[in-house]
Design a protein around this ligand. Sequence first.
Ligand code: VAH
Length: 319
Amino acid sequence: RVLVIGANGQIGSELVEALTVNHGAENVIAADIAPRSLFGAHCYETVDVLDKDRIAQVVERYGVTQVYQLAALLSVTGEQAPLKAWTLNMNGLLNILELARDRKQAGKPLKVFWPSSIAAFGPHTPAVDTPQLAVMDPTTIYGISKQAGERLCEYYFSKFGVDVRSIRYPGIISYKSPPGGGTTDYAIAIFHAAKRGERYACYLGPDTTLPMIYMPDAIRATIELMDAPAEQIRVRSAYNVAGLSFNPRELAQAIKKSVPGFEISYQPDHRQAIADSWPHSLDDTYARADWGWHAAIGLDQLAQDMLAHIEAPALHHAA
Ligand code: VAH
């Protein structure tokens, strides 16, 4: 059985769908802090990832063998409540790693996925084709929690044999559920504006190139990593996984191919400094070599697919 914590989030909601296809609805438990699922998941439990006993109870009751721990505060929201972000992001991960250590000792091993992020890199990280092993001096509390989380994952693997795996996600673009306070989320809001025939005032400058990935590629990378044989997994911190890189100017040009009258303006705000601390592109040689990763979706396909499917987010939360 598979447990997804943070199932109401941008990634969690789509992971639940994909895992349901692979494992069957009866084998996927969606969990979040909300009293009920926002996406009609088959099986739902209210779980606060800071409540370790509650997680242990759900894992025991359902005979869970895989946990995806996605509950966190992202880069922008994290800067507004740094201590809350640190506590949720770090203790949420630690609770899962400790539970996995306990269950391994009890002969009931848990395989764990936890998302890192390009936010774990900082201003002194080589910005072009950022290598798997690089200087990391993150400047946001979110990025610091991701860097520390990677160290914890590698520690729990090396010291206790916990099979925890992780990906440094680029900015994830999707239309099914609203994102939660990320710096890269301009690349989602822009599609809502284009769909409504409105101009988009971008909070990042035109040349702010960032590593991005379209949700179907992000979900496929996650499942391919988790399905790979343990002996192939050489990186137990978090894998660089590249989707595509673009900047707001290039994204607007791709949108204009389908929405000729679309206009964008640039009004950089406090989020520009966060974006400027992150790399422009990633070298994902290790992921390609260890578990056969390759991105499939480029900018034109991303733009066309987003415009074909995007709706006002409120429609998804009609429940
Ligand atoms: C954010 N979407 O912007 C997240 C992600 C790399 C970006 O971590 O905070």
